[in-house]
Design a protein around this ligand. Structure first.
Ligand code: NAP
Length: 258
């Protein structure tokens, strides 16, 4: 199995894309540390996907640097190393540009940008100390490069995150640490259902800009994370790639089937 002997840490892993990444990396042979702010949901997820020999959970708010540092320390204490770090936790607030308060701005940027920044830093420090490299994957979004003012703080955070990926990739290349990003299109998770897709009209709008003609599944993001974290992607660093059903490159709309 391709990740046998490796330890992977995944944030925001109690549900959605993070959980799918955890399940995929586990199936690929890694021992995993899953972190989330939601302790109750995290406990349920652990019980459903693994056992104490291969899954360890840690309650953590990624917007707090001390929590992220403690997460890496706890992973090392439990399984001895950190070889793969997936900075996945993120939130979105849908609101008009002029309604965004300082508190809203700090909340979204704190979780989506500051969190992964210090996640990269803590994981890279540990990987450098271990001396045999590693892979860090940051969960971006197609919104990193699209201008949707209804999710301005989200878009700004993900645009910044792509630069965390690029700058960290250059900083840590000498240590054989690759830093890569994944920027999904619309993936059917609880984050999207009822927020990004709050009506039949928005669903049709999204699909009219999705050549593949459907929303994605969390497992279709997890498989890209698995590829990037593996030696099959050994010459890739600094890039963000987009499992988005062709949405980002589309310059017109397509007919939507019912
Ligand atoms: P999700 O279903 O809402 O899952 C995110 C998980 O992260 C939840 O369990 C959430 O807990 C947790 N979380 C929230 N704040 C946290 C914090 N401060 N520290 C630790 N954990 C925290 O979201 P998702 O759709 O799987 O999205 C996961 C990532 O993919 C995000 O970075 C998102 O921006 C990105 N993404 C998603 C899509 C999509 O279409 N779904 C598209 C592009 C990018 P609570 O529920 O208790 O807040």
């Amino acid at each position: 199995m391709k990740f046998s002997g490796k330890v992977a840490v995944i944030t925001g892993a109690a549900r959605g894309i993070g959980r799918a990444c955890a399940e995929r990396l586990l199936a690929d042979g890694a021992r995993i540390v899953i972190a989330d702010i939601n302790a109750e949901r995290l406990a349920t997820t652990v019980a459903e996907i693994g056992n104490p020999d291969n899954v360890f959970s840690y309650v953590c708010d990624v917007s707090k640097k001390s929590d992220v540092d403690d997460l890496i320390a706890a992973a090392v204490k439990k399984f001895g190393s950190v070889d793969i770090m997936v900075n996945n936790a993120g939130i979105a607030m849908i609101q008009d540009f002029l309604d965004i308060t300082e508190q809203d701005y700090d909340k979204v940027l704190g979780i989506n940008l500051k969190g992964p920044f210090f996640g990269v830093q803590a994981a890279a420090r540990q990987m450098i100390a271990q001396g045999h490299g590693g892979v860090i994957v940051n969960m971006s979004s197609i919104n990193s490069g699209l201008a949707n003012p209804k999710v301005a703080t989200y878009a700004i955070s993900k645009g910044g995150l792509n630069q965390v990926t690029s700058t960290a990739a250059v900083a840590f290349a000498p240590y054989n640490i690759r830093v890569v990003g994944v920027g999904p299109g619309t993936i059917m998770t609880e984050m999207v259902d009822g927020s990004f897709i709050d009506s039949e009209e928005t669903r049709r709008q999204i699909l009219s800009r999705t050549p593949i003609g459907r929303c994605g599944k969390a497992s279709e993001v997890a498989s890209v994370v698995s590829f990037l974290a593996s030696d099959d992607a050994s010459y890739m660093t600094g890039e963000t790639i987009y499992p988005d059903g062709g949405r980002r490159i589309l310059n017109y709309t397509v007919p939507v089937e019912d």
